[in-house]
Design a protein around this ligand. Sequence first.
Ligand code: ATP
Length: 231
Amino acid sequence: MSEPIIYLNNASVYQKNHPVLNNVNLSLARGNFYYLIGKTGSGKSSLLKVLYGDIPLKEGEGKVADVFLTSLKESQIPSLRRKLGIVFQDFQLLTDRSVEKNLIFVLKATGWKDKEEMHSRIDEVLESVGMLSKKNKKPYELSGGEQQRIAIARALLNHPELILADEPTGNLDPETSRDIMLLLKSIVEKTRCTILMATHDYSMIKNFPAKTIKCEDGKIFHGNSEELFTK
Ligand SMILES: Nc1ncnc2c1ncn2[C@@H]1O[C@H](COP(=O)(O)OP(=O)(O)OP(=O)(O)O)[C@@H](O)[C@H]1O
C-alpha cells in the first residue's frame, strides 16, 4: 500500500497560543475525495493551514505529500506548496490581470521558465475546467463560478498530489456549487490526486456522499458523510 497523502500523529493545532484541535490522528489515502466538516470556529481552516504550512505544527508528527511538517522550515514551505493545490472560498485571483497572466504568475513563481511549455500547460488546465475561452478575460469579467474554475485550474498547474479546498463553494449559488463539486470529483477520478474539502454545505454532502472528517469540541472524528452528519 502506498503511503498516506496526509498523516498526522497526536498532532495539536494552535491559533497563536490557543489550542484549537488536540491529539489529531489522521491518515488519508491517495486518490480519494474527503470532506472536512464541523461548526463555524471548530478548526477546519486552522487544520488546513497546518497542512499547507501556514500554521506551524508545534506538537505531534505530521507528513503531507512526503514532506515532514514537524520542524518544517520557512525555506521548505515553497517545495511543500508546489506539491499542493489550494482553493479558497473567495477565489483569490489577481484582479489587475487576465486569467492567462494569473496563471503565468504562478508558473513563474514555481520555477517554470520555458514560455511554450507554460502556454501549453495553461491551455491544458483551462481546457480541463472548461475555461479555455476565458483566457484573456480579467477576473471581474467572470461570474463567481467561472472565477472558481480558474482558481481550480491554477491549483492544477503543477500536477498536485493533494488539493486543499477551504469552502470552495461558499460564495456560489446551489447550481453553480453542484457544478464545481462535479468538477472536483472528476479531477480526483482523472488525476488520482486527493482532495480535502472543508464545507458547510450540507445539501451537497447529502447529494455527494464521501469519506468525511469532522472537527468537534477540539477533536477529530472520521467516518462517512451520512453518519457524521446526523450525529
Ligand atoms: N488568525 C487567528 N488568530 C487567532 N485565533 C484565530 C485565528 N483564526 C481563527 N482563530 C480561532 O481559531 C478557532 C478555529 O477557527 P477556524 O477558522 O479554524 O474555524 P473553522 O471551522 O474554519 O470556522 P469557519 O467554518 O467559520 O471558517 C476559532 O476559535 C477562531 O476564533
